[in-house]
Design a protein around this ligand. Sequence first.
Ligand code: SF4
Ligand code: SF4
Length: 103
Amino acid sequence: MVKISEFDNFGVEELSKAEYDKMQAYVTKNCKCQTCPTYVKGDNPYGYCFPMVGTSKLIQREKNCVCESCPIYKEYELTHTFYCTRCSQVCQAYKSEVAAGHE
Ligand code: SF4
Ligand code: SF4
């Protein structure tokens, strides 16, 4: 049985609400989405890799993803892309494990 905590790159399970908010602010501050061709101006919140931010309501079409050049991507050893349309790191990691039959 796969545990969600195994994919919790940000370690949010251990965080209080205040710590979670602080980490989200840090992610948002360093996020490169606003420089990405896929990003739709004005969409907020971004930092879509972070748990619970959710996918974008405005972005309809994937063009390119600059996540791999983002400091957050490196710092938290993220492994997916297009978080704005495909869902957060933890969400995509969980889905690919399930798809691979490691449920
Ligand atoms: S990895 Fe992508 S979604 Fe996450 S903070 Fe960086 S640019 Fe934004
Ligand atoms: S998640 Fe990737 S594709 Fe989406 S806006 Fe951010 S950098 Fe661009």
